[in-house]
Structures are given as C-alpha cells and as structure tokens.
Ligand binder design. Structure first.
Ligand code: SAM
Ligand code: DTB
Ligand code: SF4
Length: 323
C-alpha cells in the first residue's frame, strides 16, 4: 500500500499522493519530471525575467524572511514610489539585456488608491517596450485588479510562501486566506497568476509538499511558479535559519514540475548560494525560468556574466517571447 497513490482528490489525499512522488528514488523522480517537462516545453530554453524594486523598504508586514519589513533592523533604507520615467528607463536596459518579462515589486501591504495612476502608467509604458509585465504589490482588491488588468498587466506575483500550517510561524500580520483571496481577485480580473514560495525557512518536507499541492489545486494552476531559496537577511527573523539540503530543493522543483506540468517553474531567489551543478539539476528537474541581473529586489543575483557562462556550458538558450 505504501507506494500506491489513491484515487480520491481531496487536498489531503493529493498531499499523500504528492509525497509518494516526492519520495521516489531521485533518478526516477528527475526522469519523470524531465518527461513531463518535455511534453510541455523545449527543455533547453529558459525564460528570463528582470526585477525592479519600485518602492523599497518600510513595509508594514512582518514577513520573517524579508529585508524590507519595518519590523526588523535589517539596515535597509526605505524609499518612496519611483518615478514612472525612471522605471521605464530601467526597463529599457533590461530589454537590451535580453529579459522578456519585467517584474515591478513594491514593499507594500497593499497599494493605496493614490498610487494607482502611476502604477497604470508603468504597466502601459513597459508593455509599449514590447515586454511582458508583472507586478507584485501586496494585497489587491477586485477594483485595483481590474484597473491593472485594463492597463494590460500580464502577470501578478503573490506568493503563498509556505504551507497553511506553517504560515503563522513566518508572518503574523496577515493570514494564508488573505493570499488566496488576492489570487482569486487577480485571476477573476483576467491577469495571469505568478505564485510560489520560499524553501529553507525551517519548514518540513510536508509543508513544502502542502504548499505545492495548494498551488496545483487552485481553480486554475498559476502560469508561473517561483521557487525561492531563502536568502538569509541579517537582522530578519530568519537570519539564522538552517539552509535547505540541495537534494531536497531539487526534489521540490521536480515535484512542482510534475504537479503543474504547463507552468513556468522559476528558479528564483538564492541562486548566488547555489553551485552551477545544483542549478543544472534544477533545470533538469523542470525549472525553466530565472531572474536575470545583478540584483533581485534588494539582494544579490548572479549577474549576466555568470549566467551567460552557465547557459553556454549547459547549451541553454533564452526563451523567445510568444505574442
Ligand atoms: N510586498 C509584496 C508581497 O509580499 O507580496 C511583494 C514583494 S515580496 C519581496 C515578493 C516575494 O519575494 C515574497 O513573497 C517572497 O516569496 C520573496 N522573498 C522576499 N524576501 C526573500 C528572501 N530573503 N529570500 C527568498 N525569497 C524572498
Ligand atoms: C519571487 O517569488 N521572488 C522575487 C519576486 N517573486 C518578486 C523576489 C525575490 C526577492 C529576494 C530578496 C530581495 O531581493 O530582497
Ligand atoms: Fe512587505 Fe512583501 Fe517584504 Fe512581506 S515580503 S515584508 S509584504 S515587502
């Protein structure tokens, strides 16, 4: 019975089935993930997104992993919402660097209505440059989602970050259900969903599986699934979290690929702490998207020289934009 999956599709049984997949021998797991990957994507093409922090620091939420929360002495200087022109000039540089998706992030619990005009102008401007647009601004109402959708926002990033069970260990200023509500608002407005989480925050394997099962069983699976490896931020609550075992990380990527066959699985934060070999195994396990550039929002990222060398060694190509 141990190895047999059950036919029932309630979330609890989905998690049991997912755990059986997760625990198959590593080589079998990666082989299966790679098969699923090839049925849905070119295995040698990687989608490239670029991030910009359009409003940094001073955030009211207490996310234990974040450099931008006002609750922790991380030493980060807070700034106001960036000018539209500055955002567009940064976006132009990203396009020249090969990015096809531009993701603008703000350290907010939720946007204020007075910020909406500027946000709309950013979406319209970046779209006009010929890139896909993504924003991550915290909680959104149906109205705000509708305005961003009308401006042409392609994706909204809003992560579950961890399992429902572990959520309150990481964040106390909101609940898991709030995240699901925003995801539903965004989806109802017709914006594509980017939702994933962070590994290496002291969660169990079951928490990681549960988070993926929740994502895979949303009414529609997210088009993008960012999997971040915790970047331990000095001063934050999770500064001293024990690092995740790389093999566990790769297994989780493989499970994400198997549970969400047609989604872009993004190897997101934490690549500066991964070897090239670990990243290569993540790509083999079905990751097919990365953030490019020297910085993420506030933390370091490998940068163009390192990534182009890695792509050359692995024979990977940047994915072209399908529009
Ligand atoms: N304030 C918005 C929100 O939380 O939805 C958007 C920005 S927030 C920085 C976007 C995501 O970045 C978080 O949900 C989390 O998954 C990821 N993140 C933030 N800090 C991180 C860290 N130190 N290591 C890994 N991922 C991190
Ligand atoms: C996501 O899942 N990862 C990105 C993006 N969505 C917004 C952010 C990573 C942030 C890493 C820490 C920092 O740069 O401050
Ligand atoms: Fe604020 Fe987002 Fe950081 Fe949480 S993750 S503290 S909501 S910026």
């Amino acid at each position: 019975m141990e190895n047999q999956t059950t036919a029932c599709s309630c979330l609890e049984h989905e998690a049991v089935n997912a755990k059986i997949i997760y625990n198959t021998p590593f080589i079998d797991l990666l082989f299966r993930a790679q098969q699923v990957h090839r049925e849905n994507f070119n295995p040698n093409a990687i989608q490239m997104s670029r991030l910009l922090s359009i409003k940094t620091g001073g955030c009211a939420e207490d996310c234990g992993y974040c450099s931008q929360s006002a609750h922790y002495p991380t030493g980060l200087k807070a700034s106001k919402l960036m000018d539209v022109e500055r955002v567009l000039s940064e976006a132009r540089k990203a396009k020249e660097g090969g990015a096809t998706r531009y993701c603008m992030g703000a350290a907010w619990r939720s946007p204020k209505d007075r910020d909406m005009d500027a946000l709309v102008a950013m979406v319209e401007g970046v779209r006009a440059l010929g890139m896909e647009t993504c924003m991550t601004l915290g909680k959104l109402t149906p109205d705000q989602s509708g305005r961003l959708a009308k401006a042409g926002l392609d994706y909204y990033n809003h992560n579950l970050d961890t399992s429902e069970r572990y959520y309150s260990e990481i964040i106390t200023t909101r609940v898991f259900e709030d995240r699901l509500e925003t995801l539903a608002n965004v989806r109802d407005a017709g914006i594509k969903v980017c939702a994933g989480g962070i590994l290496g925050m002291g969660e169990t394997v079951e928490d990681r599986i549960s988070m993926l099962v929740t994502l895979a069983n949303l009414p529609y699976q997210p088009e993008s699934v960012p999997i971040n490896m915790l970047i331990p931020i000095p001063g934050s609550k999770l500064e001293h979290a024990a690092p995740i075992d790389p093999i566990d990380f790769i297994r989780t990527i493989a499970l994400a690929r198997i549970l969400m066959p047609a989604s872009y699985v993004r190897l997101s934060a934490g690549r500066t702490d991964m070897s090239d070999e670990m990243q290569a195994l993540c790509f083999f396990a079905g990751a097919n998207s990365i953030f490019v550039g020297e910085t993420l929002l506030t933390a370091d990222n490998p940068g163009e020289d390192h990534d182009s060398a890695l792509f050359r060694r692995l024979g990977l190509k940047p994915m072209e934009l399908e529009r």
